[in-house]
Design a protein around this ligand. Sequence first.
Ligand code: ZN
Length: 440
Amino acid sequence: MSCAAADLALGEQMYDLAARLFPICRSITGDGVRQTIDILSEAVPFERHEIATGTAVLDWEIPKEWNITDAYIADSNGNRIIDFRQNNLHVLNYSTPIRTTLPLAELRTHIFTLPEQPDLIPYRTSYYQENWGFCMSQRQLLELERIGGPFEVVIDSSLEPGHLTFAEYVHRGEIEDEILLSTHVCHPSMANDNCSGLALLTVFARELRRRKVRHSFRILIIPGTIGALTWLATHEGQLDRIKAGLVVSGVGDPSGPTYKRSRRGNAAIDRAFEHVLRHSQAESKILDFFPYGYDERQFCSPGFNLPVGLFQRGQFATYPEYHTSADNLDFISAERLAESYATIRNAIDIIDQDRVLLNLYPKGEPQLGRRGIYGKIGGASDAWRRNLAMLWVLNLSDGRHSLLDIAQRADMPFAEISAAADLLEGADLVAPANAPARAV
Ligand code: ZN
């Protein structure tokens, strides 16, 4: 799929934003999340929420807040062999503080590597079990073995009562029904997972303020799992407003795109993505819901069962760069971000614009030529398609088929059917199905 110049410009803005977010050491709590939200708030007036450690959320509890300033492993001369300042993936995320000198044999039990990918640093966390550790490439571990030790081991972190931080932006449309868009904010320096999602949703929210939309939109920037649980626990009374939702994860890498259906399987969001992917991208993949992945696990838990799908490019945990230091700024591109943006916007537009119309002249075809709309629109080559789209809208606007139903039946892109419907509505040939009855 090629992207329009306007979308590519947005793709470049998303890439630049992802590049600014990339160096920050984020986690499920702490100043990295706040710093990230501060940057995103330059473009969109996000509301920041702070929930205290110890607060009960559903079956969970807000954990202690984690912050880190420095960490390293040094040889006996004080040379840093492993240095958090070079790459924040080097520290097991949520490590407790430590300052000691250890022989390699003892240090070894706190080291994580990827022997199959000897040049890459793995991303590892230990959120709910206190531990400390270092992540490094297999080659760096061999270097430690060559030096032999003992080693000076320092993790200058804190794990103390504090807060969990998340951000929310609500855009009021014409109606109260909401479309929910959510992404996680808890990963340190990885570009696709999750700087790309943060950048895409921030640009999406910014653009929303310049567009006319019917639905209200709610954009969530939340730490994975515990953030979704916290948001759900604090918004239980208003979840029935959510008519569609999407979790956005890795959206800048070269493969995919991949859409994972909601638990319901045939929600509006599922039908919208199936339609857009069918009409725009050859390489796309659609997966049925399964209870593993990103925050769709929480939104689609049986007690909520919200109509929330997942959009990503390469499927998580299947590409070799996933959760490693190879998920860097070379792994994502403005082009792929632009494609992801256009795909999401087109699917969301379907949900926002889909409606049921009624043909006001259902007995025989109305005379379109007399009204000046038959075969006269655009160039000769697409006039035929425009006419066909109008005939489909007239034929199926019996009060039982929405414009998306008609687009699927006609096997035509929603945008073409929607444009034909606008033309027919302008000529008073169709009207909203729920409008007051009128004489024909
Ligand atoms: Zn991840």
